[in-house]
Design a protein around this ligand. Sequence first.
Ligand code: THU
Length: 135
Amino acid sequence: MDNKELIRQALEARERAYVPYSKYKVGAALLTKEGKVYQGCNIENAAYTPTNCAERTAFFKAVSEGERAFEAIAIVGGYEGAPSDFAYPCGVCRQVMMEFCNPKKFRVITAISEDNYLEKTLEEMLPHGFGPENL
Ligand code: THU
């Protein structure tokens, strides 16, 4: 699957963001090595701290369905309307990626649109990360 299609799926997931508090809508699309996509959106909570980021929603959906091997994730975020800036994953989400992905190979795509995106490896996003290999 190409980056454009993965971004399109992240944009679609963003439509389902549940964000009554921040109003900041994030969508993610996680691609497995076998080519399956798991979508995720952020899900907020009146108690604030139970809020789940879009990226972790996608990862937890996938892992809970038995997936362990991932290739890339596309992320889009912003207030109402189309994204206007690149949305980078928070530190907690980067750490969750570190648990399941090869930091040298896993691609993190942050997008404004299907044609306007940046791509980095997880290692670039989380240098000197701590993961399963360290235990
Ligand atoms: N958020 C994400 O979904 N992903 C990130 O990587 C950064 C933050 C969400 C959490 C919260 O619902 C809103 O964006 C504002 O922080």
